[in-house]
Design a binder for this molecule. Structure first.
Ligand code: ATP
Ligand code: GMP
Length: 434
């Protein structure tokens, strides 16, 4: 496991330190490893540049993810082919991307649950998915199916906004029997998306996801939900509020999804509202950057060294240097918030925003998982007197998340091809402090 966020820290792995008496590395103890699990609809993104007229022609709503029939798929695919509009075909899926990016950032294991075609041929979509996924993502638990995985037409307009058309194939046939309960119970987090509930009669994905969630809840494994697309939430906001309240610890969304679930358009106010239901919130807000919110016990709160920020909650970032905790672990819970503007003011030119939110979540998961890793291996560290959810402060995690998003904005694929640099040439060392 690499160190998360700020990439130099003398305390992270004292287990690797040389013994001062012998000047040798203590090799007697093996490091205990940990992993995270994600469930997804296994999809390949087919990316093309289009305009509004194209979206209108196929009755697609800009910025949304929508399921399309086989008939529309054939017509759409033919049009893209005939006009030579396809730029890339690359592994996708919101949780698939998150697991891949987590594994690249952490240089460590994640497990992806979903379906995979039984018969794979060189060059087909299943082949492409596997070959575009980090070898650190464990695909051994995928359930074989007799047919194709899904295709996600990722249609990018001039502003970089993406619209998704999903041709489902057999992506929703993951069966509850394929959910290994002990795999979930020993994970550092279970990551799911609201897309898993968008199924047709006969599909078993929702049931499988619910089984995994209940298992994680019972084992005290944090459940992380990403809201996916505002459409889904708008249809049944009350269902989602209840679901989140009952089953979810960490909620991640963009400002539109935040509006759909809370009725608040201000991302800070929405994040605050979500704290009524969950332990921690990540709300990305495009060019406005990123907000995070959580809880800390009074005795562990830490004051920021940055200027206090105005907003729906006055001085809302006052305790952003605190490490967030589960609400149940706080004797005197205090709500903490942070905001960060896009890294370096955002890139000069955005290739496309597809997956920027997934990358932010991957960075936060890295920090959470690093905390578990550190606790398992250096349990007596003063770091763990506080039963925190993450290794770093809310403020530090938001910087890291933002940095990871930036990397996705300046490339075409939603998946990182390499980890982040150890040192940022462009930044003062102080940027990463705390
Ligand atoms: N136009 C922009 N300018 C600068 N930074 C941006 C812009 N759009 C996105 N970002 C950065 O990317 C992060 C995530 O963006 P966004 O809110 O678009 O995620 P998202 O809608 O969840 O993405 P996706 O669902 O495709 O993963 C933001 O917090 C910000 O750091
Ligand atoms: N699992 C899943 N991923 C989706 C869906 N629609 C879009 N995405 C993915 O979202 C990613 C960007 O967040 C893209 O790479 C898409 O593959 C969907 O319905 N289900």
């Amino acid at each position: 496991m690499k160190f998360p966020g700020r990439r130099q820290h003398k305390h992270y792995f004292p287990v690797d330190n040389k013994n001062p008496l012998t000047n040798q590395i203590n090799r007697s103890s093996r490091l205990l490893r940990n992993y995270i699990v994600g469930i997804d609809q296994v999809l390949v993104d087919i990316e093309a540049k289009i305009d509004q007229a194209f979206l209108d022609e196929f009755d697609l709503q800009r910025g949304m993810s929508q399921v399309i029939s086989d008939e529309v798929t054939e017509k759409l695919y033919q049009r893209l082919k005939d006009e030579n509009l396809i730029d890339y075909e690359f592994a996708g899926g919101t949780i698939g991307n998150t697991m891949h990016n987590y594994s690249v950032l952490a240089d460590d294991r994640s497990v992806l649950l979903g379906v995979m075609s039984k018969n794979i041929h060189v060059g087909d979509y299943a082949y492409r998915f596997i070959s575009n996924t980090s070898s650190r993502v464990d695909l051994n638990y995928l359930q074989p199916v007799d047919g194709p995985i899904g295709r996600c037409f990722t249609l990018i307009d001039d502003s970089g906004e993406r619209t998704f058309g999903i041709n489902a194939g057999l992506i929703n046939r993951l069966h509850p029997d394929s959910i290994d309960e002990s795999l979930i119970a020993q994970a550092s987090a279970l990551v799911i998306s609201s897309y898993l509930m968008r199924t047709e009669p006969g599909d078993t994905m929702t049931e499988a996801a619910i089984k995994a969630v209940k298992c994680a809840n019972a084992a005290g494994v944090p459940v992380v939900l990403t809201l996916g697309t505002k459409h889904l939430i708008e249809k049944e906001p009350e269902f989602w509020r209840q679901f989140v309240k009952e089953h979810v610890n960490i909620l991640t969304m963009n400002e539109e999804e935040a509006l759909a679930i809370t009725d608040y358009s201000d991302p800070l106010q929405a994040a605050d509202k979500c704290l009524d239901w969950v332990d921690m919130v990540i709300c990305t807000a495009g060019a406005e950057g990123l907000y995070m919110a959580g809880y800390v016990d009074e005795q562990y709160k830490r004051e920021t060294e940055y200027a206090l920020l105005p907003g729906f909650i006055a001085d809302f970032n006052q305790y952003e240097y605190s490490r967030p905790m589960l609400l149940k672990d706080c004797e005197q819970p205090l709500r903490i918030y942070t905001h960060i503007a896009p890294y370096m003011g955002g890139p000069d030119s955005i290739k496309n925003t597809n997956g920027a939110g997934d990358a932010a979540l991957a960075a936060v998961l890295h920090d959470l998982s690093a905390n578990v890793y550190h606790k398992r291996n250096v349990g007596k560290s003063s770091k763990h007197v506080q039963p925190a959810l993450s290794y770093s402060s809310l403020s530090q995690m938001s910087k890291y998340a933002n940095r990871a998003s930036y990397e996705v904005l300046v490339q075409h694929s939603p998946r990182l091809s390499r980890g982040l640099p150890e040192r940022e040439d462009s930044l003062e060392q102080a940027y990463w402090a705390i």
